[in-house]
Design a binder for this molecule. Sequence first.
Ligand code: AHR
Length: 328
Amino acid sequence: MFHKIRRHTVACLCLITILLLLVGCQATEEVQTEPALLLGFSQVGSESAWRMGNTRDIEKKAEECGISLMLENANQKQENQIDAIRRFIAYQVDVIAFSPIVEEGWDNVLSEAKEAGIPVILVDRDISTEKEGLTACLIGADFYNEGVMAAEYLIRKADSLGLDKVNIVEITGTEDSTPMRQRQAGFMDTIKDDERMVVLESINGDFLISRGRECMKYLIETYGDEIDVVYSHNDEMTLGALPEIEKAGFSPGQDMIIISIDGGQDAIDVLKEGKINCVVECTPMLGDKLMETAIKLKAGEEVEKVIHPEEQYFSDEMDLSGLAPRGY
Ligand code: AHR
């Protein structure tokens, strides 16, 4: 009997030891396993629902792909982005990605990345440089086409209302950023041959709700009921401008045509209420393409030079009751 118990106990102990070893192995393996890829990403900031949706999407897709993400928020400052890129180089990440706040001023730091042999992906916004081969590719919206879609809507609206003069105020995004330059260029190029269209003023609202409010206050004080159209480069500035229009006794969407860009949930809800007339989509969901491209670059494969997601617009010409939640 005693023997039996001892044999049983020894067998159990052996089994437990083997199990512990196996678990231990696994744990050691987990600790020692290298991530498939280390990606350093410098984000512009947290200025808009778009930006926060973009950050969430990138974090989620990195996790799904088993990519280790070093994420740095530059809080709207180019020098913070430059410092972050230098840290990524020092850390010897596999791939660097960043959303440049403005187009100029990247040559030095990107040359350092190139010398270190680290490929760089531009996310969302472009850079302007004379130097060749500093970046591998750009994954981001076709901002020029967004400006074209906004202007084409305005021309249709002016036709349907039978307007013979259309006074426009433009609230732009961050000066010298790609969306600011391209959304303006696409819009202006499209209206330039339409003699009804007059731009009263373009003013910089920096993509911020607070600046949208300030800009609109100033524009109403300056131009009052002369304003027929507010063309705003993002939803935050539009949402900041609307209360100022109402405070001055005008009905946005009726007395003034309101055109916005981004297509976040809050702006879509206001469009459905009739206070915005048209919202051009700019999707922040760039994470999938970013991960796919980073993996290819690490493997030394060729990648597409420019990747634009497909985008559309939403307007008071459409039935939007079935529109799926926007997710940002
Ligand atoms: O670069 C994309 C723009 O940046 C979005 O339109 C805006 O909301 C964001 O801050």
